[in-house]
Design a protein around this ligand. Sequence first.
Ligand code: FE2
Length: 304
Amino acid sequence: MGVLRMGYVHARVTDLAEARDHYANTLGLYPVLEESNRLFFKGWDEWDHHSLVLEEGGVGAIKFGFKVWDPADIDLYEKRAQAFGVEVHRMTKGENPEVSDGIRITLPTEHVIELYHSMTAVGLEVGTHNPDAFPRHLVGIGAPMLDHALIVGDDVENTERFFKEVLDFYATERAVASLDEDAGLIATWLSSGNKVHDVAILKGPNGKLHHFAFQMRDWSDILHSADILTMDDVPIDIGPTRHGITRGETIYFFDPSGNRNETFAGGYTAYRDRPTMVWTADQLAKGIFYHARELKDSFTSVFT
Ligand code: FE2
């Protein structure tokens, strides 16, 4: 069955108290565990123990967790990753609180990903027996779940190839310099199931984070996000608007440390046999911001 989803983002923040306020009170995530320098959160529609880990000391991403269906997938992906030629190490149960054993891989872009097969199940906030549509007392944006991340690195081609050949992802959309066969790859959007993307990769300096995103239900939730961000005086980068790429509805904003967040809704249902959408550099502004059709400097230059 392979990779189910991106199960967690482990990010750095400069100040844990400020970060707690942002992620708990503005985004509305539930704090589930606190250690001396780390905070763990989950969304209301997530059943596993956590989907976001914040660690004090800097900015950017420490690692990304991908949950696989079966423990045997770990062995398969370990062999494939070794054959591909990336650095792979075993990790033990409990190295990450409430997370199973698995493997830790360094991508060609220098990002670290972890594959694991289970995490302590906490349950949905609405339960599983005759559940209501949403919890009555959501806080702030009330983000239901983690959705995807956009990572930045130099070798987009080989990192895309890694996700495809080792982890069985497929590209839903790609951005290329031109339609010439040898034109460089600017970015790629990769899915492991039916989501329009689980991870995307943008060409740029290695090991950087562009943003991580939470999945909302619809466009009205994106507008609601914008309203809450204004109430909480959170700096908004872009939106609310629509992407041409993925067709998703979006708003981008910054956490108190300067890491970019997104709330994202919509997009189309992706299938493995769906043709890959291709965007050329001359139309990329429309692809990224479908209405404005122009890029904003901060969006293409601010990474953490
Ligand atoms: Fe995104």
